[in-house]
Design a protein around this ligand. Structure first.
Ligand code: NAD
Length: 339
């Protein structure tokens, strides 16, 4: 099969490229990526050595480029990871989020209608459900929880999900959707919580923690997300919607302290900063449906996954040092000043 992975030069997309090349060597993997600030060809260096891998540098919102790709590559499957993905950047400037996350998804769906496809899979997020109260640990997001978004990022992702469902129902595009909790692991862009804290701690810089640090995220090791999507593609069917998560809820401050301890750095590096606007309190996924329907289980416990992740950042300093020396530094200064 020809599998097109849009956004495959980013964090989860690149992990998915490697997962597919390893587990399905019979398939051809075509990464289609605009290489925004979050896309990185260095991440795909190993994949480039594989004759079953190809890279196309283009934008999912560019209709002609998407149609050209369909004519040339004749994809059997599209997995759409391409997105503007950082909530803080969506608060600063929502426009690009609407263009890529909503309009770009629409262009991909139009191409599926025009040329046909075996499966279109939309990689979505638990953030489409909004948040849960901190004092109700009995509540979880299920696939029937109402959409109730908080940020321009999550609103753009929820809108895209609705578009996918409408193309499935109206035009019969064979589409599926997965909504995953927060991922962590190799190739995670340094602006996100876990890599930010690892890198700042390694550099003995302050660790900026929003508000009181009590907000809860439900963490999943990125490879477990990849295995879930792979199962949905191969064992799921058109029209499927699955939540993905591993019951790994942690307060942000707990995660920060685990990282400091693992690196042997003092908690005095922690600095509480003004809270994110509209900050979601708690995310928690109920993954019962995917477990019962497809037999999916996460394999990596948080304690193991965080150690592997820290180890990866220690052994791949070149990768993140190249990133933090560029545009990223201007973003960092805007967000956190000279901390
Ligand atoms: P990322 O920001 O690391 O990577 C996004 C990739 O998409 C980059 O390679 C970028 O160059 C590419 N891209 C952006 N705009 C594009 C465009 N217009 N055309 C083509 N390529 C474009 O993101 P990520 O964290 O890997 O997230 C991937 C997907 O998974 C997103 O759709 C996100 O909403 C979803 N998701 C992420 C998480 C998480 O914890 N990171 C959790 C659940 C769902």
């Amino acid at each position: 099969m020809n599998i097109v992975v849009t956004g495959g030069a980013g964090f989860i997309g690149s992990n998915f490229v490697y997962y597919e090349l390893e587990h399905h060597p019979e398939d051809t993997i075509i990464c289609y990526d605009a290489l925004t600030y979050a896309g990185n060809l260095e991440t795909l260096q190993e994949a480039e050595k594989n004759p079953k891998f190809r890279f196309i540098h283009a934008d999912i919102a560019d209709r002609q480029a998407v149609y050209d790709m369909f004519e040339k590559e004749k994809p059997d499957i599209i997995v759409n990871f391409a997105a503007e993905s950082h909530v803080d950047r969506s608060i600063e400037n929502p426009e690009q989020f609407l263009k890529t996350n909503f309009m770009g998804t629409g262009v991909l769906l139009d191409a599926c209608r025009k040329y046909g496809i075996q499966r279109y899979h939309q990689v979505s997020t638990d953030e489409v459900y909004g948040d849960l109260p901190l004092d109700r640990p009995d509540l979880f997001f299920t696939e029937t929880t109402n959409l109730h978004t908080s940020s321009p990022y999550s609103a753009s992702k929820a809108s895209a999900d609705l578009l996918v469902m409408s193309y499935h129902r109206t035009y019969g595009v064979p589409a599926s959707i997965s909504r995953c909790s927060n991922n962590y692991g190799p190739f995670h862009f340094p602006e996100k919580l876990i890599p930010l804290m690892i890198i700042n701690a390694l550099n003995d810089k302050k660790l900026p923690v929003y508000g009181t640090g009590e907000n809860v995220r439900d963490w999943l090791y990125v490879e477990d997300h990849c295995s879930a999507i792979d199962l949905i593609l191969r064992k799921g069917k058109a029209g499927d919607l699955f939540n993905i998560g591993g019951h790994n809820e942690k307060q942000n401050i707990e995660v920060v302290k685990i990282i400091l301890k693992a690196l042997g750095k003092p908690e005095s590096l922690i600095e509480y900063v003004a809270d994110r606007k509209g900050h979601d309190r708690r995310y928690a996924i109920d993954p019962t449906k995917i477990r019962e329907a497809l037999g999916w289980e996460p394999e990596t416990r948080f304690e193991t996954g965080i150690q592997k992740t820290i180890e990866w950042y220690l052994t791949h300093k070149d990768w993140w040092q190249h990133i933090i020396s560029g545009e990223y530094m201007q973003y960092y200064d805007r967000m956190y000043g000279n901390r």
